[in-house]
Ligand binder design. Structure first.
Ligand code: DGL
Length: 241
C-alpha cells in the first residue's frame, strides 16, 4: 500500500498524476485539513504533525510514503527519512526544470512562506538560480483554494500578481496552486506553467519497480483529519478530472 498526504486536498494534483501512470495499486490519501495551512507553521510544530500522519500510514500498512506537499517536503523530509525505514518520496518546486531550459525569460515562483524560508529551498535556489526568478510567498492562498472561494481567489491573484505581469514562466511551488492554473493565467496571460508532480511520479515508479511491488486491484481510501464531507466530495471530483 502507498500512502500520500498533504495539508488538505491540494496534494490531489500530485496524486492524480500518480494514478494516471500507476492506477493498479492500493493507495491511502490523507488530507490533513484539521492542521492546515502548513505554510505558516513553525518547523517543530510541522514536524510533529507530519510525523503523526506518517506513523498512522505506516501502521495502516503503507510501504511507501509520498509527501504531496512542498512545505512538508522541505521542512520534514530529512527527519522522516531518518526515522522511518521505508521510502519517503518528497516534492520540490520545479526550479531545475526552468534552469534546464537555459532561458533568460523572467520566471515567477509562487510558494508558501514555509517553503521559501526553508534551508532545502535555499539550497535548491542557489543551485539553480538563473538570475531571472522572482520569489513570491503566497500567504493565505492555499486556504482560499481549500475553501474553493472563487471570488476571493480572483481578488487575491489580481492584488498579489499584478506587479509580475510580463513574466513568461510560473513555477507553482505549492501543490494547491495547479488547481488555479487557469485563474493565474487570466491575470498573467498565457505563461508557461511548471510544477514538481512529475518528479514524484517518476521516483515512485522507480521505487515500485526496485521493490518489486506487484500490481493489484485499484483501491483508493480517502481520509480527512477533520472528517469534512465537502472536502471528500471535492477530492473525488478533482481526482477524476
Ligand atoms: N500544499 C502545500 C504545499 O505544497 C501547503 C499548503 C499549506 O497548507 O500551506 O506547500
Amino acid at each position: 500500500m502507498i500512502g500520500i498526504f498533504d495539508s488538505g486536498i491540494g496534494g490531489v494534483t500530485v496524486f492524480r498524476e500518480i494514478i494516471k501512470e500507476m492506477p493498479n495499486y492500493k493507495y491511502i490519501y490523507y488530507s490533513d485539513s484539521l492542521n492546515n495551512p502548513y505554510g505558516d507553521k513553525e518547523n517543530d510544530t510541522l514536524i510533529k504533525i507530519v510525523d503523526n500522519i506518517v506513523n498512522y500510514l505506516v501502521n495502516e500498512g503503507c510501504q511507501i510514503i509520498v509527501i504531496a506537499c512542498n512545505t512538508a517536503s522541505a521542512i520534514c523530509k530529512d527527519y522522516l527519512r531518518n526515522k522511518y525505514n521505508i521510502p519517503i518520496i518528497a516534492i520540490e518546486p520545479a526550479i531545475k526544470q526552468v534552469y534546464d531550459q537555459k532561458t533568460t525569460e523572467k520566471t515567477l515562483l509562487l510558494a508558501t512562506k514555509g517553503t521559501i524560508d526553508s534551508e532545502k529551498f535555499k539550497e535548491l535556489y542557489e543551485k539553480y538560480d538563473n538570475h531571472a526568478i522572482y520569489l513570491k510567498e503566497c500567504h493565505g492562498l492555499a486556504d482560499l483554494i481549500e475553501d474553493n472561494n472563487e471570488a476571493k481567489i480572483k481578488e487575491y491573484l489580481e492584488l498579489n500578481l499584478k506587479e509580475f505581469k510580463g513574466v513568461q514562466n510560473v513555477i507553482l511551488g505549492c501543490t494547491h496552486y495547479p488547481l488555479i492554473e487557469e485563474e493565474i493565467k487570466s491575470v498573467l496571460g498565457n505563461v508557461n506553467i511548471y510544477h514538481g508532480a512529475l518528479g514524484a511520479v517518476k521516483e515512485l515508479k522507480r521505487i515500485i519497480a526496485s521493490k518489486n511491488i506487484k500490481e493489484t486491484k485499484k483501491e483508493i481510501i480517502f481520509i480527512d483529519s477533520s472528517k469534512n464531507k465537502k472536502k471528500e466530495e471535492r477530492f473525488w471530483q478533482l481526482l477524476n478530472n
